[in-house]
Write a new protein. Structure first.
Length: 290
């Protein structure tokens, strides 16, 4: 399976997750996964929903890994139709306001955490892209941040703001990282990058200190950044390129999140020639059964 994933040039993160998901499937039944069949898959999918109470999106990722294993690796094509993807509800995220973002960043416990949070909001990068960011990717001459091998293996450039650059320089003078912008504390000598779990934890702990009730994740900060860009007048096509979206329809969801665009809608109820509430007041107090 590893050879098939590498041959198709899947990203390191996808390879790691796919292998782990198939390993969990095998461990659940205590057998080698190639010895398991359709009945095992049926009960396992029900187990993920009922016992583990995973979200449809989480189950979808595991189904993708199992489909790859059985169809691409074992060439058991009957599994393609037997492993349907669960229906996923596409809910709109609960966006942070600008005031909440400021509170979140100011609640940082260290310069390391503050720089990480500022970079999340100041660039809209994904958590895996933040974790893999290198010193060489910060171009202060052109005021650009290079995202190398982002989602889908694509590169893109992001604008570097002066406020973010000032924080990055202070952070570099303090920690002096050599290769990766955020090196792991456990492997500082050989300069290994942090994992994306560190990015998750920084958001969660800063949220608690800031007293924000919303569930804050790196992706929520990314959504907030894109929505605030739209409210500031940035066009959808530019936001699509900055986020690295394949499809403009994915970016268009931010129209539903932007308060400015919602308030600009001309509601047809305003055009109705209705009798005023004051004029109708006596009707509301009239007995239902005279």
């Amino acid at each position: 399976m590893l050879e098939e994933l590498e041959r198709r040039n899947y990203t390191d993160a996808t390879i790691r997750h796919y292998l782990r998901f198939v390993e969990e499937f095998a461990q659940h039944f205590g057998k080698s996964p190639d010895k398991l069949g359709l009945d095992h898959l049926r009960s396992y999918q029900a187990y993920l929903f009922k016992q583990r109470r995973l979200s449809p999106g989480s189950v979808e990722h595991r189904i993708s890994a199992l489909r790859f294993f059985f169809v691409r690796t074992l060439h058991r094509h009957e599994f393609r139709e037997f492993l349907p993807y669960p229906k996923v509800q596409r809910k709109l995220p609960n966006i942070l306001s600008r005031e909440e973002v400021a509170r979140l960043i100011d609640a940082s416990s260290s310069l390391f955490e503050r720089t990480l949070l500022m970079l999340l909001y100041g660039s809209g990068m994904r958590r895996a892209e933040i974790a893999q960011l290198k010193i060489a990717d910060i171009d202060s001459q052109r005021m650009v941040i290079h995202v190398v091998n982002g989602k889908g293996g694509k590169d893109r450039d992001l604008p570097l703001s002066p406020a973010l650059l000032e924080t990055l320089r202070a952070y570099w003078r303090w920690l002096k990282p050599k290769t990766y912008l955020f090196p792991s504390r456990m492997h500082r000598d050989c300069e290994q990058p942090i994992t994306d779990k560190v990015v998750w934890r920084a958001c969660s702990e800063a949220r608690k200190r800031a007293g924000i009730r919303k569930r804050v994740s790196p992706h929520l900060i990314r959504h907030s950044w894109a929505t605030h860009l739209l409210e500031a007048g940035t066009d959808l096509r530019t936001i699509q390129l900055l986020l690295g979206h394949e499809d403009l329809e994915t970016t268009a969801r931010y129209l539903h999140l932007s308060q400015q665009h919602l308030h600009q809608v001309a509601n047809p109820i305003e055009e109705l020639k209705l009798t005023s509430v004051d004029q109708c007041r006596r009707l509301y107090h009239r007995p239902l059964h005279p």
